[in-house]
Design a binder for this molecule. Structure first.
Ligand SMILES: [Zn+2]
Length: 393
């Protein structure tokens, strides 16, 4: 092994995220394991007894090590706070998608410094809870200037940036949706393409219908962006079918699905990304994860961290919800929060601890990943390594 290599051994239980490394299960479990990291990448994984000789050694003291979480859906660029709306909702008022406009007003009024500080704080919050890859969307600016600055700020933290000018129709276009779609697919797209990898649409009643969503997504695709869709959150709708038809990497929410939607997800490469923090925070029915899994769909779990419908940055919390409320097993939920998220971002280098992958991992203050659901709300993430380096905090 190279002189720059570091051996992390004494791992009580290692999750590789690959059936090729470990016990043959999708999660790839190895007991009494070790991992060798070199130049930010995983160089070797396996049983500690078989580890190659390496000069620099760290001891995991029998704890569980797993891949860093891949949070494939978040909205971190915003200003303001909607605690009052949450408070009212918990007193019985239903969530309306129009609440997004409250945040749009605050975001437009905020300075670059305030927005930058908010994103940095939330990314750090995520990192402390084990997230090493995060997708960040625009969508609270909804002008050319404000969408571009949102994406520029997001890019300082991740390559996985998503142009979501089609989050909601801003109030100045309330009577001219066609005019806003023209702006979205024209000047706004032109300005946002250089700062984005993805294009996304909130395809929902009260936001964008199937025709408008198709127009926005295909315009983005023609400029080299890859599609993902907010689909079927508030009721049945065309979002999932459209996502599968266009070959979107992911259809996100998937709360209300027809049998045809489930079939389409199971037979396409489109990942069903479930965001159970939203249902928790809006007191809504959870997506039917078992129905998707039994049909053979690829399921990811993400936070949807945003100031309105779900203000959690915690993947462990979402895993606990997935297990308790959506009847996923702890192994399925952890897979969906790591490998599943990576598939939803079409990334092969994150979400797994196999040779060649980025050395993004966490050491849990627990002997097993099961504790992430078994001990909900407890800060179990002891250390996070990002590209082979332990996070400084
Ligand atoms: Zn979202």
């Amino acid at each position: 092994m190279a002189a720059s290599s570091v051996l992390l051994d004494g791992i009580g239980l290692l999750v590789t995220g690959s059936s090729d490394y470990g016990d043959g299960s999708p999660l790839g479990e190895v007991e009494d394991a070790a991992i060798v990291v070199d130049q930010g990448r995983v160089a070797w994984v396996g049983p500690a007894a078989a580890a190659p000789p390496v000069d620099v050694r760290e001891d995991a003291s029998g704890r569980c090590v797993l891949p860093g979480f891949v949070d494939s859906h978040s909205h971190l660029v915003f200003a303001g706070d909607r605690a009052a709306e949450f408070d009212a909702r918990m007193a019985g008022r239903a969530y309306q998608s129009g609440g997004i406009r409250t945040t749009v007003t605050a975001t437009r009024a905020a300075s670059d410094e305030v927005l930058a500080a908010n994103v940095a704080r939330l990314v750090t919050e995520m990192r402390r809870q084990g997230t090493t890859t995060v997708e960040i969307k625009s969508g609270y600016g909804l002008t050319v200037r404000d969408e571009v600055r949102s994406l520029v700020l997001a890019r300082q933290h991740t390559d996985e940036t998503t142009f979501l000018g089609a989050h909601v129709v801003p109030k100045e276009f309330a009577d001219d949706v066609a005019g806003y779609v023209e702006l979205l697919t024209g000047d706004m797209l032109d300005a946002c393409v250089p700062h984005s990898r993805w294009v996304d649409v909130f395809c929902e009643r009260g936001a964008f219908d199937a025709d408008a969503a198709r127009t926005v997504l295909t315009a983005g695709m023609a400029r080299g962006l890859r599609p993902r869709v907010h689909a079927n959150q508030l009721g049945p709708g065309p979002g999932v079918a459209l996502a599968c038809e266009l070959g979107a990497a992911s259809a996100d929410h998937c709360t209300y699905l027809t049998d045809a939607d489930v079939d389409a997800l199971a037979s396409s490469g489109t990942v069903a990304t479930l965001l159970p923090g939203v249902e928790f925070s809006t007191r809504s029915p959870y997506p039917e994860a078992r129905r998707l899994l039994e049909a053979g769909a690829v399921v990811a779990i993400a936070t949807d961290c945003n100031p309105g419908s779900c203000f959690t940055s915690s993947m462990p919390f979402c895993i606990a919800l997935a297990v308790r409320e959506m009847r996923m097993t702890p192994a399925e939920a952890v897979w969906s929060a790591t490998v599943g998220g990576a598939v939803a971002l079409r990334r092969a280098d994150v979400g797994r601890l196999v040779p060649g992958a980025r050395a993004d991992l966490m050491v849990l203050d627990a002997p097993s990943y099961v504790h992430l659901a078994y001990r909900p709300g407890v800060p179990l993430v002891a250390t996070v390594w990002h590209e082979g380096k332990p996070s400084p905090w």
